[in-house]
Design a binder for this molecule. Sequence first.
Ligand code: FES
Ligand SMILES: [Fe+2]
Length: 471
Amino acid sequence: MTAIQIHDEITDDAPVGKAIGKIHASRVPTEVPSYRYVSPEFAALEMQRLWPKVWQLACSVTHVANPGDYFVYNIGKLSVLILRGDDGVIRAFQNVCRHRGNVLCTGAGEGLENIRCLYHRWSWTLDGKLREVPSRKGFGALRNDDFPLFPVAVDTWGPLVFINLDTACEPLADWLEVIPEICDWADFSDYTCAYDLTVPLPCNWKTLIEAFSETYHVQGVHREMLPSCDDVNSVNRLYGRHGSLYQPYGIPSPRLRNGANNQEIWDSIIVTQGARFGRDSTAPGECPDLPEGTSMRELLAELVRDRAAEEGWDATAMTESQLLDLYQFNFFPNITVIIMSDSCTVLRARPGDTPDDAHLDLLHFDRNKSNQPAPEKPIMATLDPDQTDLNLVFNQDVENLKRAQRGLHQPGLEHIVLSREEMRIINLHHQLEEYLGISPSEISEGSYDEIQELRAAGRAEMEPTGFNAPW
Ligand code: FES
Ligand SMILES: [Fe+2]
């Protein structure tokens, strides 16, 4: 039951906009085999060839804000200990004792002075050097230098800490492609993690992250957004392994045959993202009066600017689009970073115990404000998927994901079918094939060439003068 009724929607004949782009006349739907979402063998291959080889978001910098703070990042059976040393440096290690393989730490905490295994009490310094072995003589000539902790590559982008178990990996700055440059305007280091929530969900990790990697489902799952969101002209792009979406707000979807009046735009945007405009999302009320010649986008951008002035963060140089719109980045393989002027949300999918289970992690970051201190540590919690109530749009995504997996087991469904609008998902599967060594490709013919063209187009937009916004 929705508070907002959508009428006169165009379906089959909805206009083709920037979300899809120019289509080759010969293009056919892209097909990806559905076994990838349900097969234990495929999940085992991912665990063997993907997760130990890629840069992954582990935590926020404030999880390990002070010397002695630590955080354990688990993905499948892999476990990484991230900590800040006495020298202020963030380091990461495989979370394993060199004696008989016990894990060294669990969860997150502070005040670590050394890393001590609780089994037989071997201990290491915070930079990973073995320092103490009870009854050392029993091992014969055991030298500390021979048993350091196994290092893990670690680096940061803004408030995000990334790790890679492959220490011979490319630098994080290269892995991130041009995306940090695109986000320059937002000053990403000016956001602090407020909370870090986990929702266990009954679906594959790809099913999960793919629901945050396309904009096609706005008209299916988030229908209340249609009067205030131009989903048809939400630009999809690829940057190498990664992808992005730009989504404009404050204008109705071209899917609505009769558009939307200002009150309808107002109701839609307040119900779906009221807090950004300082409003109660359950009671949109009357749309404020629009001065002559002012657009709804200008009005809404002004409300964000007013909030920035009240809270004491600098929005003075931001354009209307930067104040109002959504900039989403999909980093292969499993995170989506949504940057807005006032906040940032990171969604991460981690595989669970079976191919039908995953963890959805939501890390929410607020813009640092001068009128209130930033939280020292994020609030951490695991939520019951049947009780999750964060906001309308996220709740809808969670409900949708509860239904998104079982169908993939049905014997008739050998392939899923993907539109150009879902290019970021197609790109994920091509990239996955590279990591897993699947050759020849199992994805329908022709789509790899198209993905290469789209990747080149994404990169070309950076040249020669830097990022050119499409709005
Ligand atoms: S397993 Fe860690 S000290 Fe024995
Ligand atoms: Fe969604």
